[in-house]
Ligand binder design. Structure first.
Ligand code: GLC
Length: 744
């Protein structure tokens, strides 16, 4: 009998504990979060709201340190670490977290903006592809590699609308248009998060920078933003709403003040809009130090007030300002911040950690075998090449100089970027991956035209003013059948804190182009940059120009394939190219004014400059092909519709040239009479169509209430009866078909 008792007891514990395990497994994430939060001390809760940099690459101004961060993690004072990559390293930090009292795992965040080990074209280049599946795949590959590298969370996509190319971060987004930008935001969020958090190839996305950061006055990074709420809702918010709709796990607020209130403490943005109207359930991280920087803004007097303003406004996690870790406990004691507010932030963060499966296995993203097998996979390289092909914009091709014949006997490659490799990665590229694997233009040409005699001269540097190399470049060009020039900025002339007041092609590069043109040889110029540059003489005098941005690992291969016509370029500009800085801001969806200029040189009491043509150098949506396309047979299902009705628009698109090619047919609408007034055109649809020579496809667009609605001055989303124009074309300034209809 005596022996039976322990046995019974043992079985009972077994049943109970299995019941506990079973019941624990049956708990929802929310229930698990509630159970855990109840166990946490206030200090442990505040620790979850604190994010430190990993002391390797700093992506912001490094403040005085807090001593050993591993010890802080063991004390439960840290919820997330950024800028630590590689499973060997993330494991060390996670092991420290497992020594904390409640063993709450860390989140590892990283700026995986356009690729992880295999670098893809910069986001603005990808936007030029207008190819949503390719853009989603690019993010998917980046997420797959980053997750294998121990990253849980990418600080991407950056979805800031940008209308000012002086702003260095224009490279990081999708350009000037809210419709295109919203579709791309959704594609990137879906790409990063894949089949959902918890999958080993999914990372949390982070829609940033919330918000209107791209409207910094003067295009000067971090500068103030001042705009009407109608412009905010009409132009700058839509891509963020698209990110919410796509399920973005997190948001990041921006450095700028919006109409005087810094984004980090802007409860209108975070509480009213994001977490209120839009019902966002994820969490918001500040930008680097942005909470503490509100002292500089003059919005608060110290970090105590900064922490109070930010946490109450909805900033859940404090990146690197130490305001939360150093002040929230006192703010709660002083009854300036409620524990309820703290708990909401903690629950949002813990929910993501549970969804990522980190409580089941904190090391599930720390698998060295997976890291070795996933990074740099051939399929990733192929995807990068495909994206690069699709990102190259053919700005000009007079007399069909391009594509080049592969039978050319000698080609002169001239310019400071001909042999560049690391530069092809652009800004925000990771310091991961083997840079020797990046293909330069020179190497791409060697691969594409092995029989050609490739001549080379650097000619000049990117920014300095020496012309010492001009003569050698001239002589080199004289020996060749054709000249290909690789010109542009340095990759660190765009990106964060890289605004330029002068966005001309830097240094003496345009003079070198003039010198080479004087040889009389056929000249092709490739322009590499993260922004629209100004290159007026080149644009007017060089017969063939390709804008290649920064194309990533497969840059040279893609450029060579386009030059020789192995790939027929089909990209379109996602942002307007000004003639000069004096034209900025200039964008396609502008209002008409009471004195619109008619044509480039109409200055007769019109809204125009007397010293510059009115049009941009290259318009939003511009991009040529080696073939030509004919738009015809426009039909509307009816000429009027009611608010709850629709009109079906069809037209035929034919490839009338001799090369297979892709065309992005663009669909614009104009509301002719409305209060307030509407832009002269707004992108409301597009279709990227592949056509063989001679092939015709019928394309369909649908007009519905959503496409005719807009915000009035009371921020109501309305439609107004009246007449509309529809315009279909190859660019915003190349309309091929037009018609009108009426909203009853
Ligand atoms: C930077 C950037 C932000 C980035 C963060 C972390 O300052 O503004 O986009 O994600 O810090 O690197």
């Amino acid at each position: 009998m005596a022996r039976i008792k322990p046995l019974i007891l043992f079985c009972l514990i077994g049943i109970l504990s299995s019941f506990n395990i079973a019941s624990a497994q049956k708990l929802t994430v929310q229930q698990k979060v509630e159970v855990l939060v109840k166990k946490m001390t206030l200090a442990e809760k505040i620790g979850q709201l604190n994010q430190y940099n990993g002391d390797w690459d700093a992506t912001g101004p490094v403040t005085k340190d807090v001593g050993n961060k591993l010890d802080a993690i063991k004390r439960g004072e840290v919820g997330s670490i950024l800028n630590i990559t590689g499973v060997k390293h993330t494991r060390v930090f996670q092991e420290a977290a497992m020594q904390s009292r409640l063993k709450i795992p860390l989140l590892f965040g990283q700026d995986v903006i356009h690729g992880y080990s295999i670098t893809f074209p910069i986001p603005l280049a990808e936007a030029a592809s207008w190819d949503l599946p390719a853009i989603e795949r690019s993010a998917r590959v980046a997420a797959t590699e980053a997750a294998a590298g121990g990253v849980h969370w990418t600080f991407a996509p950056m979805v800031d609308i940008a209308r000012d190319p002086r702003w260095g971060r224009v490279m990081e987004g999708a350009g000037e248009d809210p419709y295109l930008g919203s579709l791309i935001a959704g594609a990137r969020v879906r790409g990063f998060q894949g089949k959902g958090l918890g999958n080993l190839d999914a990372v949390m996305a982070c829609a940033k920078h919330f918000t209107a950061y791209g409207a910094a006055i003067g295009g000067r990074d971090y500068n103030s933003v001042d705009m009407s709420l109608r412009t905010l809702w009409e132009i700058y918010l839509p891509p963020f709403k698209a990110a919410v709709d796509a399920g973005a796990a997190t948001f990041m607020n921006s450095f700028n003040d919006l109409n005087g209130t810094p984004a980090s403490a802007n409860s209108y943005l975070m509480r009213d809009i994001l977490k209120g109207k839009w019902g966002f359930k994820g969490f918001v991280v500040s930008d680097w130090g942005s909470i503490g920087e509100m002292i500089n803004h003059g919005y608060v007097k110290d970090n105590y007030e900064a922490a109070k303003a930010s946490i109450n406004a909805g900033s859940d996690m404090d990146m690197e300002s130490r305001s939360y870790i150093n002040n929230l406990a006192k703010l709660v004691a002083d009854k300036k911040v409620s524990v309820v507010v703290i708990d909401d932030a903690v629950k949002r963060i813990l929910t993501k950690k549970f969804e990522m499966g980190l409580f089941d296995d904190p090391y599930r993203f720390c698998n060295a075998d997976r890291e070795n097998s996933v990074l740099n996979a051939p399929a990733h390289i192929a995807a990068a090449k495909d994206m690069a092909d699709k990102s190259i914009v053919l700005l000009k091709n007079e007399n069909n100089l391009l594509p080049l014949s592969q039978n050319l006997s000698s080609i002169a490659l001239i310019g400071p970027l001909v042999k560049s490799k690391a530069e092809m990665k652009g800004f925000w590229a990771q310091n991961i991956g083997d840079e020797s694997q990046i293909v330069s233009l020179y190497e791409g040409m060697q691969q594409a035209a092995p029989k050609a005699n490739l001549l080379y001269a650097k000619g000049c540097a990117i920014t300095d003013t020496s012309k010492a190399g001009f003569d050698e470049a001239y002589k080199t060009a004289m020996q060749a059948d054709v000249v290909v020039m690789a010109m542009g900025e340095r990759p660190d002339m765009t990106g964060e804190a890289k605004s330029r007041s002068n966005i001309h092609l830097p240094g003496v590069q345009e003079e070198l182009i003039q010198k080479i043109m004087a040889t009389g040889k056929p000249v092709v110029v490739l322009l590499m940059s993260g922004r629209p540059m100004v290159f007026d003489w080149t644009a007017d005098h060089v017969p063939a120009i390709l804008y290649t941005w920064w194309l990533g690992n497969q840059a040279g291969t893609a450029m060579a394939d386009v030059l020789f016509g192995k790939y027929n370029p089909g990209a379109k500009l996602p942002i307007t190219f000004p003639r000069t800085e004096g034209q900025i801001p200039i964008y396609y969806n502008h209002l008409n004014t009471g004195r619109p200029a008619h044509g480039d040189n109409d200055v007769n009491y019109t809204s125009a400059y007397i010293d510059l043509p009115n049009s941009p150098k290259f318009a939003f949506g511009h991009g040529l092909s080696y073939t030509t396309f004919k738009y015809s047979n426009l039909k509307l299902s009816k000429k009027s519709m009611r608010k709850d009705g629709s009109i079906t628009v069809t037209f035929d698109l034919q490839n009338t040239g001799k090369y297979a090619g892709e065309e992005v047919a663009q669909f614009y609408l104009r509301d002719l009479v409305s209060q307030p007034v509407r832009p002269v055109k707004e992108l409301k649809g597009f279709e990227k169509v592949s056509l063989q020579p001679g092939e015709t496809k019928t394309i369909t667009f649908t007009i519905n209430k959503q496409k005719l609605s807009f915000y009035n001055d009371q921020l109501q989303w309305i439609t107004q009866p009246g007449d509309f124009r529809l315009m279909i074309g190859s660019a915003s300034d190349d309309i091929r078909l037009e018609d009108g209809f009426t909203l009853m």
